[in-house]
Design a protein around this ligand. Sequence first.
Ligand code: ATP
Ligand code: MG
Length: 230
Amino acid sequence: MEDKIINIKNLNYSYPDGTAALYDINLEIREGESLGIIGSNGAGKSTLLLHFNGILCGSGEIDIFGEKLTDKNLAQIRGAVGLVFQDPDSQLFMPTVSEDVGFGPRNMGMPEHEIDKSVHRALEEVDMLPALKRSSHHLSVGEKKRIAIATVLSMNPQILVMDEPSSNLDPKHRRELIVLLNRLKMTKIIATHDLDLIAQTCSRVVLMQEGKIIGGGSCPEFLAKAAALC
Ligand SMILES: Nc1ncnc2c1ncn2[C@@H]1O[C@H](COP(=O)(O)OP(=O)(O)OP(=O)(O)O)[C@@H](O)[C@H]1O
Ligand SMILES: [Mg+2]
C-alpha cells in the first residue's frame, strides 16, 4: 500500500491570459504529513494549491489517494480535500455564517442534525460560534478568515489545504490556530509567509520561486536556510 496521498508529476500551468505560473512541478506528499509551502509573492503557491482539488487543471499528472484526478472523481476528491482560499471572500457566499459553514457537509449529503453538530464544532474551533446567525459579509477580515477555515473544518477533510491561514489573524487567534493545526491529525498542506507558523506546525517545507520548486527539506533546518529567499 502506497503511503503517498498526493503525487504530482511534471505539472505545468499557464493562466488563460498567458501568464506561466507553474513549471514542471514534481511533489510527493505522504499520508499524515504536514507540509509547508513558502516562496515570495507571485512564486506560484496559490496556483499550486488550486490544483489539489481540481479548481485549476494544468498539464501533467496529479494522483490523489492513488487515483488520477479526473472529471469523474472530482466531486469525491473535493469532499475529501478541504481548501481554505487565500482570500476569504472567495469562500463565503451564503447569506449567513451557519449556511456557509454547513455548505460543504450539506453538499456531501450529511443529515441535518449531523450538519448542525459539525457547524457548531467547526465554529467553536475558530472561536466564532457567536457569529452563527450573522452575515459573513459583515464580518471583519480576520473574522472572515476564521469562518473560511471553519467552512473546511466542518467537512472533516482527509487532506487540509490552507492558503495563508494566519493572514489577518490577531496574535491570540493565530496562537489558537497553531494549537488547532497541531491537534488535527489529517494530512496538511500550508502555504504561507508566516515562517514561524510553518516552524511550529510542519515537519517538511518546500520553497517555490518563479513557478518552480527550487528546494525543500525538513523543518526547522531547511526553513532557516530558505528564510532569506522568500
Ligand atoms: N487569475 C490570474 N490570471 C493571470 N495570472 C495570474 C492569476 N492569478 C495569479 N496569476 C499569476 O500567477 C503567478 C503565481 O501567482 P500565485 O498567486 O500563485 O502566487 P503566490 O505564490 O500565491 O503569491 P502570494 O504570496 O502573493 O500569495 C504570478 O505571476 C501571478 O501574477
Ligand atoms: Mg498566494
